[in-house]
Design a protein around this ligand. Structure first.
Ligand code: SAM
Length: 285
């Protein structure tokens, strides 16, 4: 039985890192005309009202999206950050941050006619919450479909997709430790069946460093063009929890690396306290 509920962590620094990356990635992809299938293998609830009991208990958004949103008029010029924060206004009045959106919402914002969105979620309550997303924010686009299914199995099973392009987000909670390897294996299968696929994988940076298993196994797939972005916001030597957030991108669009480097350098400076961003090609083209 899955226990993880993202509501406890919604809007934390890792979410900012992940969703800003997703925003930049899907925006560049939708700048070209041909249609895209977006796949969210681990969808979560879709929307996170910040006054929810779970979110208030964790309160992680107070160190993540909230200070950034409050400082939005004072931030240095950064088009990506500015546009990402402006998108939050679609859900929030200008004066108060009330709701933080999850990955299904960020994908839905980007969809154009002809694009598709497949959402997978295995936790019954989280899956039920995805309904809220269809009611709020103008509803999910018609071409978005929810599935109560294992997203890692399903994404491979449904290849090839009916659109010319494919964009996949893999964002597990890593409750099951084997997930680190299963994710890399899934990347290998997607890459083998759809060489053109663009895949974004989120992983936590924890003192146990299990993300290295994921990175090494991803390299062992033989796939080329793997970009790594890691945002560290705490000293790994201090405390037991997550010290940072990682994204591994397969086939990122041209010059996304430059865009991410600039915005995440700004973001690390904004958060301060020794926060840093590291970006490199884990496997070159
Ligand atoms: N992607 C979401 C976002 O950014 O807003 C957050 C997802 S959360 C980190 C991980 C979710 O994956 C949880 O809601 C969990 O119930 C779900 N989950 C775990 N294993 C799964 C699987 N094999 N297939 C689909 N969903 C799964």
């Amino acid at each position: 039985m899955l226990a993880y509920q993202h509501a406890y962590h919604a809007g934390n620094i890792a979410d900012v890192h992940k969703h800003l990356t997703l925003f930049a990635l899907s925006r560049q992809m939708t700048a070209k005309t041909s249609s895209i299938t977006f796949v969210d293998t681990h969808a979560g609830r879709g929307l996170y009202p910040l006054d929810a009991t779970e979110t208030q208990r964790g309160g992680e958004y107070r160190d993540g999206v909230l200070p950034l949103w409050q400082a939005r008029d004072r931030l240095q010029d950064d088009d990506l950050l500015d546009d990402w924060l402006a998108a939050l206004d679609l859900l929030n009045p200008r004066t108060k941050l009330e709701c933080y959106p999850g990955s299904p919402w960020w994908f839905a914002q980007m969809m154009r006619e002809g694009d598709r969105l497949e959402l997978y979620e295995l936790h019954p309550r989280e899956y039920a919450h995805l309904d809220d997303l269809s009611v709020a924010a103008g509803g999910l686009p018609v071409a978005a479909r929810r599935h109560f299914a294992d997203g890692l199995e399903a994404v491979v099973k449904h290849l090839p997709v009916p659109t010319p392009r494919l964009c996949v987000l893999i964002d597990p909670s890593y409750e099951v430790k084997r997930d680190y390897l299963t994710v890399a294996e899934t990347l290998g299968k997607i890459g083998a069946k759809a060489r053109h696929a663009v895949v974004a994988i989120w992983y936590p940076l924890l003192p146990e460093e299990r993300h290295l298993e994921l990175l090494e196994a991803s390299r062992a797939t033989g796939l080329r063009k793997l970009l790594r972005s890691e945002l560290r916001y705490r000293d790994p030597g201090k405390g037991r929890g997550m010290y940072g957030s990682g994204m591994l991108l397969f086939n990122p669009p041209w010059r996304l690396d430059d865009e991410l480097r600039q915005s995440f350098d700004h973001l690390a400076a904004f958060y301060g306290g020794g926060a840093s961003h590291h970006l490199d090609w884990w496997v070159e083209e």
